[in-house]
Design a protein around this ligand. Sequence first.
Ligand SMILES: [Zn+2]
Length: 899
Amino acid sequence: MIRFVYLIVLACVCAGSVSAQPLPNLKHSDARDPFHPIQSWLPTPGVYRTASGAPGPLYWQQRADYDIDITLNDSERSLSGECRITYHNDSPHTLTYVWFQLDQNRFRNDSAAVQSRTAPSLGGRSPFKSVQSLLAQETFDGGYNIDSVTLAESPKRSSKRSARESESELHHVIVDTMMRVDLPEPLPAGESTTIAIAYHYNIVDATVIRARGGYEYFDEDDNAIYEIAQCFPRVAAYTDYTGWQHDQFLGSGEFTLELGDYKVNITVPADMVVTATGTLSNPQDVLKEEWIERLGSIHENTKPTFIVTPEEAKANETARASKSSKTKKRSGKQSGKSVETKTWVFNAKNVRDFAWAASRKFIWDAMPVQIGDRTVTAMSFYPNEAEPLWSQYSTEAIAHTLEVYGRYTFDYPYDVAISVNGPVYGMEYPMICFNGPRPEDDGSYSKATKYGLISVIIHEVGHNFFPMIVNSDERQWTWMDEGLNTFLQYLAEQEWEEDYPSSRGPAEKIVPYMRGGRQRPIMTGSDEILQFGANAYAKPATALNILRDTILGRERFDFAFREYCRRWKFKRPTPADFFRSMEDAAGTNLDWFWRGWFYSTEHVDIAIDSVELYVIDSGDPDEAHERKRREDDTREDTPSDELNRNLPRRIEWQPGLKDFYNSPEYDEDKVEESDRKTYQKFLDRLDEDERALLQRTTQFYVLKFINKGGLVMPIPLRVYYADSTQEQLMLPPEIWRYNSKEVKKLLLTEKEIVRVEIDPKREIADTDTANNHWPPKLEPTRFKLFKDEKKKNAMQKARGDDDDDDDETDSDEDDSDDRDDASDKSEKDSVEKVSKEKGAESETSDSKSSTGKASDSEASDSEASDDKPAKEESARPGKSKPNRKRKSSAADTNAGKSE
Ligand SMILES: [Zn+2]
């Protein structure tokens, strides 16, 4: 008590003495609180979106119905159309204008996308395709030509208008990839208006210029495959959280669209086969009788049935080749002969977009898939060049995706799901997607190509769920569709076959990226993302996988994830709605998790710093004496002690110097009777339980952990005991709540601990496992030897000496590049392949880091330069390679990029 008072007094004196000085703020060495709520970063909940993450009572969204006539000009590779858009203003606001997206304008040479492209790295070696693509952009006459914008009859308001008014030309302003159409009179809440837009544009050669749609030309048979998208002016989204979504289309951030019904008439040369979003309404007008019959019989098979057989497709493309050979010009285009046409009519309800494909080269197969009590038709369209891979895997992969994704989200609501092979590596649209992988010319294929195909199809079909139905804002947030989709892609891949070579999902696969530099958080606008595939696909997918298997457990995660999907099906969620829904339904505060994984670039690196052992001291003076004696006995002499041992000592030869303290009777550590009495008194004051506790042999281990990476995570721990048993512990993330840099954990055990390991199952993406062991574990690092080969000098070369040593020195490197070992390759490919036309970033830095080279060197990951395959996504493990019959550059550049 006295001492206590003394301390208080002292403290007061000290405070007084420094009060005039500015105080350094050292109240806590760790100023940051990773558990602070992220509420302040999220939009305030209200009547549109609730704090639980669900749509609010006054949630609203706009709607746009489309009635479109499209005509394909095969010889000119151009398209013309007239689009009547009925826009329903379901917002509570009166609108005076409507914004449209003119995505084709991205291909204009003066577009913001082209003009803001940063320089590619030239010098050294450049692939032909990259340079060809750069040059093609200079000469391609791309972009929309808007022929007219008029007010068509508005269903609800037509009675008020005269015929002249209803066909009046509307004032419009084009701003790069957007167009504002001014309404003749304000459109009140709850009203609709119909705007008609006539237009035409040149279709991009998607094998040369990276695009999310375009054509691929086959010289051998003078045919093209058309994969057509962004082919009509689409209403920009108008939302409660951002008003008009007016971010320009720069190539990376994809599309933010309104849901609606579509009726589309597609007029093409009569011998083409067409497929599209929606159901074909006039099969009798466009299909051969036997095709209709085969379509009717697909339910008899459990495997895909050919509707157009490979032989029929071959005959169709060959007929065209022989027909056109007489009139063909050097360009491969038909000269002015009139071409017979057919019009295919497609209807789609409640979709946010429309895309289609057409070719004379298409084989067509179909298979029924049972989804709940409905039957969905899975279909694939591909040329003979895609065989034998496509008939074996494409339609099965579609069916697999619908089944697996349905379990984690909701039943696929549409009647068809379609996969098309063509120039686009991987791109998604409602009900239909474009996928690029093909075998070699001889029909053989690598493991990487096979799994690349399956993965990209799972991924692109999976996009039906995100963002086609859970209609997130892609222009703003890439991860909301790509990340969630890549997460489910991983689950679907793992259900395809055991040990499927998934490139994204497992925690350890994200480590090279997390360890590397040049990053932005996942919560970064789509067009500003660095390392697109790793940031927006792999990292969120991995985070969700860890959340599911390590943090929440599958039951709670799956319930919450499904609840999010159910709440936002056919609605437009924001990141806050996802974060809040997951927390709300899982019943767990995950703010620390979103903050660390989605809002920061920190990584996981938890180290075990020390292990201390404490045991109970009974206080028995005899025991203490015995312990000290043992310690003294085992204590080693110092070198001086040893060297001094035989020194003559004065007291030995000068009697009279010794006294009691030099006698054997004296023992400095001797236990006195008084010590024993004191101890006995202490014991007497204890009750029975307290005395028993004094006798316990429990060992108190204090483990100290250092958070080197910054990201707070649970600590999976394996403890090894001396009796050869082991124990698995999971210290919850909240252990870091008082200090996010270092914490101590007490383990009580009756057994001796001999070894401790952090994250033995590689589940938290710990980037440095070398510091995960106590005691430290020494793992050898291997290095290879090589023999230096002398190069021939100029005189030797002039003599004609054989010079083959170059090959030898290179061989090692080449090996590693050509290795078709999927596990290694898959990482690389996933990154490379992923490019869809999205944009722009190559993922080479990813692949580098995955191979352990230069994880920090992001030089090749050029920001948005289009010379690199765009950023696309990762759908696949396969390795990208030039495919057969593709002559042009970008096909290969694109190969491997999916979105
Ligand atoms: Zn994608």
